[in-house]
Design a protein. Structure first.
Length: 247
């Protein structure tokens, strides 16, 4: 388990494979962005304790998309009374993780030891035995969620149909989910921001086109679902992804 402070009021948690985040909005409580794999629920209490919070302080969970390695703790958080937010285009994917589809077979990445390690980690942390997905409040492009931190939603389809970016202006961070990564779970290579691989994306061309939807994002600090924070701004992240392309 890894906990690190990203900036004032924002912490990165999870493992070297998958990130989830805690946003402390003071008296308003805590919003989580993404929820890791199902077994990450065992990290929850200790992670919150390290920032001086408890489960009872969590008011909301904002999901960047519906993949199993991002929705894992959703059921546990819903049982605590936290509101769950997810784009409706990913509701079926979240409810039925095995319905996931990608452009390229995982066989193309089988020679990467990192992919085998990532899959083993996912399986050992409950990816094949997820709890039922709880009810989620549908989010829409351009809306501002009435949750601690008041994130603005930008719909960025491609990785999944319902992928979204959450910008927290008060905390000056943008959570990009799996639209961008700074380390690919499949190749294991740390790098400048780039799209996920075709073996992970549902539609990589659409993901590339969605980068143009980030023109209203103002924050410099970009936080991906996989990899370390990017502190050189969203425009540089977009330029990097366009230069690298999709593998």
């Amino acid at each position: 388990m890894t906990i690190s402070k990203v900036t004032s009021g924002v912490w990165r948690a999870g493992t070297r494979y998958v990130n989830w985040y805690m946003i402390d909005a003071g008296k308003d409580g805590v919003t989580l962005v993404d929820a890791g794999l199902p077994a990450y629920v065992h990290q929850l209490d200790e992670s919150l304790r390290q920032i001086g919070r408890t489960r009872n302080d969590v008011r909301a969970l904002a999901l960047t998309h519906g993949h199993i390695d991002h929705i894992g703790m959703a059921a546990a958080l819903a049982e605590l009374g936290a509101s769950i937010y997810l784009h409706s285009a990913d509701s079926h994917l979240a409810a039925y993780p095995r319905s996931n589809a990608s452009q390229r077979s995982l066989i193309h990445y089988a020679y990467y030891p990192a992919m085998i390690a990532f899959l083993a980690h996912a399986i050992s942390h409950g990816a094949l035995r997820p709890p039922p997905m709880p009810h989620a409040i549908a989010i829409t492009d351009g809306s501002v969620l009435e949750v601690p931190g008041h994130p603005r939603v930008t719909h960025v389809p491609g990785h999944t149909d319902g992928s979204c970016v959450f910008e927290f202006p008060e905390h000056e961070v943008a959570f990009v989910g799996d639209l961008l990564c700074t380390i690919s779970p499949f190749t294991g290579r740390p790098a400048n921001p780039q799209l996920q691989t075709r073996g992970s994306n549902k539609n990589s061309d659409q993901a590339m086109a969605s980068l143009s939807r980030l023109h209203n994002v103002q924050t410099r600090l970009v936080l991906p679902g996989h990899g370390t924070p990017w502190r050189d701004g969203i425009e540089a992240a977009i330029a990097s992804a366009k230069r690298i392309g999709c593998r």
